[in-house]
Write a protein that binds this ligand. Structure first.
Ligand code: AMP
Ligand code: MG
Length: 289
């Protein structure tokens, strides 16, 4: 089955109801072996497109990963980007903001990490946390000293969405392509993955008491995601809702969408001018001598 990016894209202006978006789809592979082969093909294609992207040095690409705990963000990043030259790619994981970061507006710490032209920047969580975890726990805003009391009305969040949409539009106008993945996991699959993290000693480090506290807020998170995806999926910086209950499938979908983005950029290696060609030939002659 061919993976089609647009099946997962949230069209601008859509009111997202996550119950209607699947967390599992018929996989594009029939066996583990076929999965590995398909992923290897994607990785190889991505590797050569990234080399071209680096050489062309025209645009930057920003890829954002969001999702609940255990949705597979780390694994997707590790597998999908495994063939990419580390010199052309930077990954940043955003945790609770530091004291210094809290002295700035909520977009500041991410803008410091934006990719340069010719590079790929990957955000493992992002400024979107400021309308997700913070929306679910508005008391964070009070503890951050940003507001005197938790904002009751929607205006506060709508303003944050607008700030995000404006930033992404600005980036697009200035040559940065932005795509955003929401790894859509079911609550039951999260339970299974948490149990694995408890049962397998090598995975214990991944599990914390806070994870179970957040799990209890699942419905609030889904509401926050729905409002966020509805308000911030735009033609220039679309959200993709990736069914994440099957990790292999999610990785193939994510890599296909990134490949399609790169193909859309219609890049080419910088052309050698006649003058430059002559110059190179002259140097060549000296080297051969
Ligand atoms: P992990 O991705 O498992 O390492 O966890 C990182 C934690 O940092 C998650 O619980 C996020 O919700 C939290 N986090 C990331 N960004 C923010 C933010 N802007 N405000 C509050 N918590 C955040
Ligand atoms: Mg975690």
């Amino acid at each position: 089955m061919k993976i089609s990016s647009k099946d997962f894209r949230v069209p601008a202006g859509t009111q997202v109801s996550l119950g209607k978006w699947p967390t599992r789809v018929p996989p594009a592979y029939k066996s583990k072996k076929e999965y590995r082969k398909l992923l290897a093909t994607h990785i190889e294609a991505l590797s050569s497109l990234q080399a071209l992207h680096y050489a062309a040095d025209r645009r930057a690409v920003l890829i954002i990963f969001q999702g609940m705990d255990a949705a597979g963000k780390d694994g997707a990043i590790r597998h999908v980007m495994s063939g990419v030259n580390p010199q052309g790619c930077e990954v940043f994981s955003f945790k609770q903001p530091s004291a210094e970061e809290l002295q700035h507006d909520f977009l500041w710490r991410s803008t410091c990490r934006l990719p340069e032209r010719g590079r790929i920047g990957i955000f493992n969580r992002s400024y979107y946390e400021d309308v997700l975890v913070v929306r679910v726990h508005p008391e964070i805003l009070v503890s951050q000293g940003l507001v005197a009391k938790a904002p009751a009305e929607n205006t506060f969040w709508e303003e944050r969405y607008r700030s995000i949409v404006d930033l992404e539009a600005h980036l697009h106008r200035n040559g940065t392509r932005v795509i955003k993945f929401f790894l859509h996991l079911s609550r039951d699959e999260q339970r299974k993955r948490f149990l694995e993290r408890i049962d397998e000693p090598d995975k214990n480090w991944k599990f914390g008491a806070a994870d179970i506290a957040e799990r209890k807020c699942w419905p609030l998170y889904m509401q926050a995601y729905e409002a966020c995806l509805s308000a911030t999926s735009t033609a220039d910086a679309p959200w993709y809702v990736v069914p994440a209950d099957d990790k292999q499938s999610a990785r193939l979908i994510v890599s296909q969408i990134i490949l399609d983005l790169f193909k859309d950029l219609k890049m080419s290696y910088p052309k050698t001018t006649t003058e430059r060609h002559r110059e190179l030939q002259a140097i060549r002659k000296q080297l051969v001598k």
